[in-house]
Design a protein around this ligand. Sequence first.
Ligand code: APR
Length: 231
Amino acid sequence: MRLVVLTGAGISAESGVPTFRDAGGLWEGHRVEDVATPEAFARDPDTVQRFYDARRRAAVLAEPNPAHDALARLEGELGDDLLVVTQNVDDLHERAGSRRVVHMHGDLFTALCNACGARKPIAGELIDRPPCPECGERMLRPDVVWFGEMPYELDLIEETLFTCDTFAAIGTSGAVYPAAGFVMTAAEAGAHTVELNLAASDITPLFDEVRHGAASLVVPEWVDEVLAAHA
Ligand code: APR
């Protein structure tokens, strides 16, 4: 059994981390063009730095929920046969104990240097313009993949999708590619596909199986079934 699990903002919603497109979501309070593009950063870096500094402070206060815990438990049983690919930039998967996690949209807790390209853990707030630990330049930006930029680790992700026999998507609206297309890649490779989401998403019709409900309820239930079938 080889599994790929894609997660989105919905898996962290019950941990108090806002999603993007739901009522009260991040994109209601902020324009993507002002905080999530390279052009926005070039035009007004302070607004962008403050936005991610605030998200980082909030993420520190959040705790993993039963959905994160269940995936860590699944990894405990399946080891290298499970890969979690997350669109999230929080560290709740790792704080729940997951190790095999690919952050395809970057990480709130690392900074990317626009001078030397180094990606280093963040100390303090980026609004204060700390120097890059590698080159000393004060050109650090959030290590988050913005609209128009290439996600991380696409080759590894695609390779794993081609060989998985089960693909699950948890808490994602399917509004953003290439992540929204992973279900088709997995299905073409013959995998069984399942969506676990609070409500129907833009890609629900593409899945073999659909389970709608809060992640903290439907994910542990699904993991129990997967483990029972694996035993
Ligand atoms: N349990 C399960 N699913 C939930 C829950 C919950 N408690 N709460 C919300 N959801 C679902 C919503 O129904 C929605 O389909 O999670 C999804 C969240 O969708 P988005 O806010 O669009 O987040 P996501 O799909 O992760 O966004 C993708 O877009 O803005 C960019 O880079 C950003 O990684 C992000 C990408």
